[in-house]
Write a protein that binds this ligand. Structure first.
Ligand code: ACM
Length: 534
């Protein structure tokens, strides 16, 4: 308590001169910060010094970011004798994502074991820059920092509404600022298929028209060139891009393009599934995933696997499926679904990758050497513990509090709320995973990390997308990076002011927690006001 008060005071004290500084406002909070006296003055003569060619890209990123922030064109040199240096060094004794900063009034030394660690040191430095009377400075400080979790992610659903590569790049820029490192693209679902597959052109010619609101909306999808651009842009920011091709449910757009591999569905769920008992379906999936595996260097392909029972009614009467179930001793339609998941896990495994599946996948019989579980059903915590007991690695994205299509404040009219009225305030997001720590404490090593998931049924344009993601993404960043003992909500809230300055500079919209009426709730299509649902 006393410690928290002291820290709060640090944050609230403003800079009186650049010799007297407050705790720098860094999100995510570093694990260890010690403030010294005095500051390093950053000016046009400051040199960026480095030896290791492996970090050339990071040095360029730093130079560009400093130019954007201070308008100085800084010198970059391999060796430089003057003071006023920022040195970036690889030190192999430091482990992968960890970094250290030693900043004095003479120079700044950033050390890490890898370019990734150097990149995180750079993000911390950039966030530590303050200015007064036109002079830029960084406080004297020592920082020792490394992430709690390896997976610090965000999912974007581009099927319900499509946002495109320029929006994705802006999001990746903010993720980099927040030291987040996994971008999960939900590329296929009911309204549309959003990625070009050369072998099956109708997937985008036919399957990419429409959105959640308007089935006649014009074609919109990522070309393979767009994907390469996104993957490269993300890689420069040490972000892995993970594609999701949802199956055997949520396959409506694919069914529309290639009805011959559809397993049908009825009414609201028409065409919802792939046909699970035809060899041609598995050939199609193998071909599609070959192109996907080539395009995305990530060692994972997310294959969905959720909510199949919503739309598999036709499976109960389809004679091909029924005889397949009998011949292969699969017992019933659920057995059929599990067979499908195992087949696809083998296909993905043959390409040297693992599947990620939503938590329904746990029951399929797929083994942990081939699969990672994404826990999403917050009302089924037993799914999380079952996955851990079975030996799976797990990524956590429970609806409450990690789904960003849920409202973040009671004043919001549009967006999801859970049946019991729960929604995802900044504070509930921030309190994760502390709120479920008892479920994971005995299996920490299997918890890869967590992500925010942004479904877009009710997010039709970019302004609203950003309004729903920010500032909550900053909370996920700190949840996934910072140990519980170093987290502090009142301090975090103060730091959001600086985060908003960054978003303002980039022209990115957000929900303003300091003045909740100042940003009218943006909305694209006309929809009924309050949408409450499970
Ligand atoms: C999901 O929200 N259907 C994974």
């Amino acid at each position: 308590m006393i410690r928290n008060l002291t820290l709060s005071l640090f944050v609230l004290i403003t800079v009186l001169s650049y010799g007297q500084v407050a705790q720098p406002q860094i999100i995510p909070q570093p694990q260890e910060v010690k403030i010294g006296t005095g500051s390093f003055i950053l000016d046009a003569k400051t040199a960026i010094v480095y030896k290791d060619k492996d970090i050339q890209q990071e040095v360029n990123y730093l130079l560009k970011s400093l130019r954007d922030k201070t308008s100085y064109v800084l010198a970059s040199a391999y060796k430089h004798k003057e003071s006023g240096r920022i040195s970036l060094k690889i030190n192999k004794k430091i482990k992968d994502s960890e970094y250290r900063i030693d900043a004095t009034n003479k120079n700044i030394i950033c050390e890490a074991g890898s370019p990734e660690g150097i990149f995180y040191a750079i993000q911390t430095l950039l966030q530590s820059i303050d200015s007064k009377d036109g002079i830029f400075f960084i406080p004297s400080m020592k920082i020792n920092d490394s992430p709690r979790f390896a997976w610090r992610g965000l999912m974007l659903d581009d099927s319900r509404h499509f946002f495109g590569k320029e929006v994705v790049k802006q999001i990746l820029d903010v993720m980099a600022y927040l030291k987040m490192n996994r971008f999960h693209m939900h590329l296929t679902d009911e309204p549309a298929w959003r990625i070009e597959i050369k072998k099956y052109p109708k997937l985008t010619e036919v399957g990419s028209t429409g959105t959640w609101d308007d089935k006649n909306a014009p074609k919109a999808f990522y070309t393979q060139e767009d994907i390469k651009e996104i993957v490269a842009y993300a890689a420069e920011r040490h972000i892995m891009v993970i594609p999701e091709i949802d199956m055997p449910g949520h396959a409506t757009a694919a069914s529309r393009a290639y009805p011959e591999i559809s397993g049908g569905g009825t009414g609201r769920w028409e065409g919802f599934t792939f046909h699970p008992a035809k060899e041609t379906t598995y050939q199609f999936i193998d071909d599609v995933l070959s192109e996907i595996a080539e395009l995305f260097p990530a060692p994972y392909i997310h294959i969905g696997g959720d909510e199949v029972h919503y739309g598999n009614q036709v499976w109960f009467t389809d004679p091909v499926i029924q005889s397949f179930i009998k011949e292969n001793d699969l017992k019933d339609e659920v057995g059929m679904e599990h067979y499908f998941i195992r087949r696809v896990a083998d296909i993905v495994s043959s390409k040297g990758k693992k599947i990620i599946g939503w938590d329904e996948m746990i029951a399929s019989g797929v083994t942990p050497d081939k699969a990672v579980v994404m826990w999403w059903r917050h009302d089924k915590p037993a799914q999380l513990t079952l996955a851990l007991d079975k030996g799976f690695d797990v990524i956590m994205t429970p609806r409450i509090p990690c789904y960003f299509d849920f409202v973040q404040d009671n004043i919001q009219k549009i967006g999801r709320r859970w049946g019991d009225g729960k929604y995802n305030t900044l504070e509930t997001v921030y309190n994760f995973p502390g709120s479920i720590e008892n479920l994971i404490k005995n299996n920490q090593k299997q918890i890869m990390g967590m992500q925010a998931s942004t479904w877009t049924e009710r997010i039709a344009d970019t302004k609203r997308l950003y309004y729903m993601i920010f500032p909550r993404l900053a909370a996920i960043s700190e949840d996934s990076w910072t140990n519980n003992e170093e987290k502090n909500y009142p301090i975090f809230v103060e730091k959001i002011r600086k985060f908003y300055q960054f978003l303002d500079m980039k022209g990115i919209n957000y929900f303003n927690i300091f003045d909740i009426n100042s940003t009218p709730e943006p909305w694209g299509p006309n929809k009924a006001d309050v949408i409450a649902e499970g």
